[in-house]
Ligand binder design. Structure first.
Ligand code: GLN
Length: 527
């Protein structure tokens, strides 16, 4: 197993995750099996209990792991399925060590950060790296991204573990990539000083980067590269310029042009032949159409709904259609804004804030025959809207946020759960699709698997009344409703699951593809 460690310097939010995922993609393009591990130095066991407005979306893995959004980038760029062990947090590591201490496994020793925590970190990294992710076989290369910025107190034990791992590995089995910021001054010149300082901080920890990826608004010229090369003891060809790209999926190509693969292949003694160009073919297609999709959001935008944004992009690209997102605040939904959209997406969420705005947007889409895609909470609210305005029960609600007639109620197995972390109905669950429905047209299968994250469901006592009045449950899991659709409508489609988590640039999610197609038709109708 070869390891590529990725660290970050100067500040967070530099796109270290995209760089890590892109490095993986470059090696995958060369025919290698690549996996990835994300280290998050916070004390939470996982991202499940974290506020998405602060930390970005909670990504859900097939095994139900609620993890950092970078795992979503890895899955999309590498086209693999990862599991919870691929997201290591301080909380997870300490819990394992404390459990061992309580069991008496340390045989009377004083339990310390070095060696006990660092040994545990190394064990977690190796275990995740060696997971048989490729048809029963492990990957050839594991990317290990250390979250946070070099110099943070929280990441110290992880960087120490990386240092130890590096010295234990043969030279050709390891590389260290340091991703850093190159700010520009008022004259537009790129400044290397912050990078010099962060490389110095790394060296003080015994870590010597092999490659520097400089994130900047403009590309690094040879003068800047030369300067950094001599100040940081890194060959000039290993100083890689990473300008902000128009689309994240183009980052691998940009890094390729900069020679990153050549340097990595040399360091790791890898074959440097490109085995597959599929990725480049997909991401370099030119758009010929454009659609506007309104997302009724309440947690903010961009990172909070990252997988949704990406899934829209995947579907759009397949149709050569550029998707422009219009963010609509759920607490101030304006019909005039909705009218400017070719389709509306109602994402998942929790709690009462913004509920009525989302319901009014759904009503508008149903009545005005505007394409609608509802996801999780969006699915539940489609059912509430239908119950209120078609079934004629004006106080219909979900028992999560209302006290009228609850058409959405808590899943029986969720009743009485007190611990909020990791206890929802999570991850992969099979869904049966009814033939001759929109769901079947999209999936072309009667049994599918999708990822879930919810505590509430359509109350089974309402199912027959809803179906009799035209809301069809075309996807089910026993008597658990998974997909709702209306036939007398161009596209009114909602899912209890989150199809966005399985969407890939290479394989767009069927509901997103159906939705984008409907938006395109709607746009053409208006033109
Ligand atoms: N709050 C709803 C539930 O728990 C929906 C969850 C979601 O949108 N992820 O069932």
């Amino acid at each position: 197993m070869k390891y590529i460690f990725i660290t970050g310097g100067v500040m967070s939010g530099l796109g270290k995750g995209i760089t890590a995922a892109s490095v993986g993609r470059l090696l995958k393009n060369r025919g290698y099996k690549v996996t990835a591990v994300k280290i998050d130095p916070y004390l939470n066991i996982d991202a499940g209990t974290m506020n998405p407005a602060q930390h970005g979306e909670v990504f859900v893995l097939h095994d139900g792991g609620e993890v950092d959004l970078d795992l979503g980038n890895y899955e999309r760029f590498l086209d693999i399925e990862l599991n919870s062990s691929h997201n290591i947090t301080t909380g997870k590591v300490y819990r394992l060590v404390i459990d061992k201490e309580r069991r008496g496994d340390y045989l009377g020793q004083t339990v310390q950060i070095i060696p006990h925590i660092t040994d545990q970190i190394k064990e977690c990294i190796r275990k995740a790296a060696e997971e048989p992710a490729y048809g029963g076989k492990p990957a050839d290369i594991c990317i290990v991204e250390v979250g946070g910025t070099v110099g943070d107190i929280e990441s110290m034990p992880f960087l120490e573990a990386v240092r130890q791992m590096r010295s234990e590995l043969p030279i050709s089995d390891r590389a260290l990539v340091h991703v850093t910021l190159m700010p520009s001054d008022s004259m537009g010149d790129l400044k290397t000083k912050p990078t010099q300082h962060s490389v110095k901080a790394l060296r003080e920890l015994g870590l010597f980067p092999d490659i520097i990826v400089g994130r900047s608004e403009r590309s690094l010229n040879s003068h800047t590269k030369k300067k950094l090369s001599s100040l940081c003891d890194i060959p000039q060809k290993a100083i890689i310029s990473a300008e902000t790209a128009k689309d994240i999926y183009q980052v691998p190509m940009e890094l390729e042009k900069e020679g990153l693969s050549d340097v990595l292949c040399e360091l790791l003694h890898l074959e440097n032949e490109v085995a597959s160009r599929e990725w480049y073919r997909i991401v370099s297609k030119e758009y010929t159409h454009r659609i506007i999709v309104g997302i009724v959001s309440k947690y903010g935008k961009e990172d909070v709904y990252l997988s949704i944004k990406e899934a829209l992009k995947h579907a759009g690209r397949k149709l050569l259609t550029e998707v422009t997102i219009r963010w609509l605040d759920a607490e101030r939904v304006d019909i005039a804004d909705l009218r400017e959209c070719d389709g509306v997406l109602i994402p998942g969420g929790f709690g009462v804030r913004g509920i009525e705005g989302k319901i009014s947007a759904i009503r508008f889409c149903r009545e005005e025959k505007v394409p609608l895609l509802g996801l999780c909470l969006g699915f539940q609210l489609s059912v509430v809207e239908y119950t209120r305005n078609v079934l004629g029960i004006p106080d219909a609600c979900s028992s999560e946020w209302g006290d009228g007639t609850a058409v959405i109620t808590i899943l029986p197995e969720q009743e009485g759960i007190e611990n909020l972390g990791g206890t929802m109905r999570l991850g992969d669950w099979p869904v049966s699709i009814k033939p001759a429905t929109t769901a079947y047209r999209l999936y072309q299968q009667t049994e599918i698997i999708e990822r879930h994250r919810h505590r509430y469901e359509v109350d089974p006592s309402f199912i027959s009344q809803l179906e009799e009045t035209g809301l069809i449950f075309s996807g089910t899991h026993g008597n658990r409703m998974e997909i709702a659709e209306i036939w007398d409508h161009p596209f009114f489609f909602s899912t209890q699951f989150h199809p966005e988590f399985r969407s890939r640039p290479t394989r767009p999610s069927p509901p997103f593809l159906g939705f984008a197609e409907a938006c395109l038709k709607n746009r053409k109708k208006g033109e």
